[in-house]
Design a protein around this ligand. Structure first.
Ligand code: MN
Ligand code: MN
Length: 506
């Protein structure tokens, strides 16, 4: 029997729906999973996916993508790229694989929920492919990280991280649980597909891939591109959903979902992509700064998409633009000085040449973040390594789980120094919650019951959840002695300052 061409059958099958006979509609599609907005099924059936693909074509394309990525990997495996790679690039790979691998794998579950509970047949098709995509991404990220375990045990964290209570993992898990895994299929799709994937995956998968290709890591660059072609397809699930919501009088709800999802994922990418692009990528291989990539891929493109759909820019847009230039610089200081709490080996990446680049890309960097680094540098030069590691725990945001930071050298005067860090706190049902920013606090206030039970890593230290003693904290976070970060560059990054460094004691 001859096979029909796709155009001869696709439109007939893509919107096939059925009326349940054995159970009530609400039992098959419980509103709390399928549609808390009460939009009629005829409206959901207008869902029209912009990218149409059949299962037969999907499998063929995916097989070719896998062949491409895995053959680049095996052809280059013998090149010993990793052994020769700089400590910067090793830190970047370890930072990428540990949180991203499990995030991809778990995304399969979010798409499976859309597949099961969406009332739009076309969306169920697309989400089925999305589920398979994310399984492939989880597998390829794990497999590509696995290659490095024999060189460096930190790559064990590609698999291990999601099972730990490490503070960075808690932070990411909180964001992903919120937007991907604990809401109805429609809300999760708007937040995941539109705000997260259409908003941000270009940044990590195309922007970073450009850096990787320049750095000669063609295996990593090919893997990132292979993943991004899937993301670009399944991210499109979000767009028709927002249109249906707006047409059915639910614009305010759609807007709020976008505003929450976009903010929550921005904080994660700011730290992840910001540190990767502006610090860990070796200077000679940097394609663009985070700010430049953000303006190209997110500020311009995403803002255009939002407006084209009939939504408004998130209310915090001006603050977001400020955050694009500031937040990751502060986080990089925190990541370096609290390095023992991370499983990889962080690098400061603020040698004199790197500072020149930072000052050029972020005018004023030397007068703000640079002043903080000067203190670290002086301590290293004088052999006071213990002074480069704070004893006091940081204030952690009860929403994003990252450090409450500010910009040194600006803002109000405290003890002769200017500092604009602000604890946006809130007292709620007998507890004080701390937030790094107005938007993080705003998300909490929208639905306190959803968030109030979560305890940050510092809350857990104070309430006795974390065992006492010097090792209790690290053991709680899943970090044996060998899994506690030390300076990945053995302090050589301060070579080039006008005094030689003291011998490293770490
Ligand atoms: Mn993915
Ligand atoms: Mn995805």
């Amino acid at each position: 029997m001859a096979l029909l061409d796709m155009h001869e059958w696709y439109d007939l099958t893509r919107d096939t729906n059925w009326t349940p006979g054995y159970v009530a509609e609400d039992e098959l599609f419980p509103p709390e999973f399928s549609d808390p907005f009460g939009i009629p099924v005829e409206q959901w059936e207008t869902f029209d996916e912009p990218y149409k693909v059949s299962y037969r074509d999907y499998v063929e394309t995916q097989r070719d993508k896998d062949i491409g990525a895995y053959s680049v990997k095996s052809a280059l495996a013998r090149a010993d790229f990793f052994k020769k790679a700089s400590p910067h690039w090793k830190a970047l790979l370890a930072l990428h694989f540990s949180p991203i691998g499990f995030a991809e794998f778990h995304s399969a579950s979010a798409f499976a929920r859309m597949t099961r509970f969406s009332r739009a047949p076309g969306m169920r098709n697309m989400a089925t492919f999305g589920t398979l995509d994310e399984m492939r991404h989880g597998q390829i990220q794990m497999y590509f990280a696995y290659e490095f375990i024999k060189q460096d045990r930190v790559f064990d964290w590609a698999h291990k991280s999601s099972k730990t209570e490490n503070w960075i993992i808690i932070s990411l898990r909180h964001a992903l649980d919120d937007i991907e895994h604990t809401r109805d299929a429609i809300s999760a799709a708007i937040m995941t597909n539109f705000a997260f994937e259409q908003g941000f995956t270009n940044l990590q998968f195309i922007g970073l891939s450009a850096d990787a290709a320049k750095a000669g890591d063609h295996t990593f660059a090919t893997m990132l591109q292979s993943i991004q072609t899937d993301e670009a397809r399944h991210a499109q699930i979000g767009t028709p959903l927002i249109s249906i919501m707006i047409e059915n009088g639910r614009k305010a709800e759609a807007q709020q979902l976008v505003d929450i999802g976009f903010w929550r994922i921005w904080k994660q990418f700011s730290a992840l992509s910001g540190i990767s692009m502006d610090y860990y990528t070796p200077l000679e291989f940097r394609e663009h700064s985070l700010k430049e990539f953000m303006h190209e891929w997110v500020v311009d493109q995403f803002a255009r998409n939002i407006k084209a759909l009939g939504l408004d820019l998130p209310w915090y847009w001006d603050y977001f633009l400020h955050d694009v230039e500031t937040f990751h610089h502060s986080q990089q200081i925190g990541v370096y000085v609290y390095r023992a709490t991370e499983w990889w080996r962080p690098i400061a990446c603020v040698s004199p040449a790197e500072r020149d680049w930072l000052e050029e890309k972020y005018p004023g960097w030397n007068d703000t973040y640079g002043k903080c680094w000067d203190v670290v540098i002086d301590n290293i030069r004088n052999g006071h390594f213990e002074k480069t590691v704070p004893e006091v725990p940081p204030l952690i945001c009860n929403m994003c789980g990252l450090e409450v930071t500010g910009v040194a050298g600006v803002g109000r005067q405290v003890n002769g120094h200017r500092w604009n860090a602000t604890d946006f706190h809130l007292d709620h049902e007998g507890r004080r919650y701390h937030f790094c920013s107005e938007p993080c606090k705003w998300v909490f206030e929208l639905e306190p019951a959803r968030y109030q039970g979560h305890r940050s890593i510092i809350d857990r230290v104070l309430d006795g959840t974390v065992p006492p003693g010097p090792d209790g904290f690290y053991e709680y976070m899943g970090q044996s002695f060998e899994e506690r970060g030390v300076c990945g560059y053995d302090y050589q990054w301060i070579d080039g300052y006008d005094m030689p460094r003291a011998a490293a004691a770490e």
